[in-house]
Design a binder for this molecule. Structure first.
Ligand code: GDD
Ligand code: MG
Length: 358
């Protein structure tokens, strides 16, 4: 019996407006809420019980659990006020059966990875660690927790989101999955917010606890931004990121009830949501089209997210953009890199253009 805590209480601010009504882990990715990819991977690694540590919009998680069976026991813990990552893990402890030296796995709720979870647990147990951290190298580590290790794999420091160049001592980052000795979780203070990254890990290191790092070079992505979210989705559909919950791997994934015109072109791991419509001549590449959206003829969409029930007008171009749920984009618009359209906004025909001849 191994148990896990899935941290899903964040507000997902950087994914607005997608997260205005839906918490980030519940956004659909390759046909299922993102959380389901993590739950099924944990299940396949032998985890038998998962606590969803919720805070923001916990109601959405409850609804979802009421009608889902993923072959693993799932319970929900809800913080009245967000307690931070460490506070959330501590708050989840009474919902677990683990105690003493039992290993408890903790996952950030927005990380897509192929890491060998069972191998991480084995390493933790065999090295008699207090905490074992999954680490991955990235080209630019500044937005993450930096975790240097020594030659024996022992963690020597934990620098969350470094502010100065001197702090950038490694490109090895905290990849958002840990194994804790249960008693280490018991020692986290209760009743106030605690950041595991800024408080618990530095304190454990100062106390000379055994904190181990396991570096994995396989697939890793934090789905924190719209572009990363679209990338994670297309990597799942294309089979580049491993998940037992992807219904079907291929150039595109068309979900039940969607209607796609025969001469529309879907590629690059695009997902078309349930009951969505894609009309004649539309070209959609590497994008996520949520349920009930409508893409009119000749529209071109690339690396973008089209919210539930949104409408993309005839011949409009959407690239690297996020269109909120129920927004209505008239024909002949061009929405490019980084543009975010708020839910239910209306853009008249030909309102936005970046050049006159395209
Ligand atoms: N229950 C609960 N309560 N969950 C929370 C809370 C809270 O108060 N605050 C954050 N979380 C959850 C988020 O939903 C997310 O799944 C996870 O904790 C991490 O929070 P993020 O807000 O996504 O943090 P980050 O992406 O800036 O940084 C974290 O992840 C990086 C890897 O992706 C840190 O752990 C970094 O050290 C790490 O490198
Ligand atoms: Mg994150």
């Amino acid at each position: 019996m191994t148990e896990a805590v899935l941290l899903v209480g964040g507000q997902g601010t950087r994914l607005r407006p997608l997260t205005v009504s839906t918490p980030k882990p519940m956004l659909p990715v390759a046909g299922v809420p993102f959380t389901v990819h993590q739950i099924t991977r944990a299940r396949d690694a032998g985890i038998t019980r998962i606590v969803l540590a919720t805070s923001y919009r916990s109601d959405v998680f409850r609804e979802f659990l009421d009608d889902a069976d993923h072959g693993v026991e799932i319970v929900i813990a809800t913080e009245d006020e967000p307690l931070g990552t460490g506070g959330a893990i501590r708050h989840a402890l009474p919902y677990l059966n683990s105690s003493g030296d039992d290993p408890v796995v903790v996952f950030n709720g927005d990380v897509l990875t192929g890491v060998d979870i069972a191998g991480l647990i084995r390493h933790h147990v065999n090295s008699a660690s207090d905490v074992t951290l999954y680490l991955t190298p990235v080209p630019d580590p500044r937005a993450y927790g930096l975790v240097p290790t020594d030659a024996t794999g022992r963690v020597t420091a934990f620098l969350e989101k470094p502010q100065t160049p001197e702090e950038i001592v490694t490109n090895q980052i905290n990849a958002g999955c840990y194994v804790f000795r249960s008693s280490v979780i018991s020692a986290i203070p209760t009743g106030r917010p605690v950041s595991v990254e800024r408080e618990t890990f530095p304190q454990l290191l100062a106390d000379d606890a055994r904190v181990s790092g396991v570096v994995d070079h396989g697939y890793w992505l934090d789905l924190g931004t719209p572009l990363a979210f679209a990338q994670g989705s297309r990597d799942l559909v294309l089979g580049l990121a491993p998940s037992p919950a992807v219904p079907q791997i291929g150039e595109s994934l068309v979900l039940e009830g969607a209607v796609v015109a025969r001469d529309a072109v879907l590629s690059g791991g695009t997902t078309i949501g349930r009951r969505a419509h894609v009309e004649s001549g539309a070209v959609i590449e590497g994008s996520v089209v949520f349920d009930d959206a409508h893409v009119h003829s000749g529209a071109r969409i690339r690396d973008s997210i089209i919210g539930a029930g949104a409408v993309i007008g005839e011949g409009s171009v959407v690239a690297g953009a996020v269109i909120g749920d129920g927004a209505h984009i008239g024909s002949g618009n061009e929405l490019l890199d980084g543009v975010r359209i708020w839910p239910r906004a209306h853009l008249a025909d030909g309102t936005v253009r970046f050049s006159s001849d395209s």
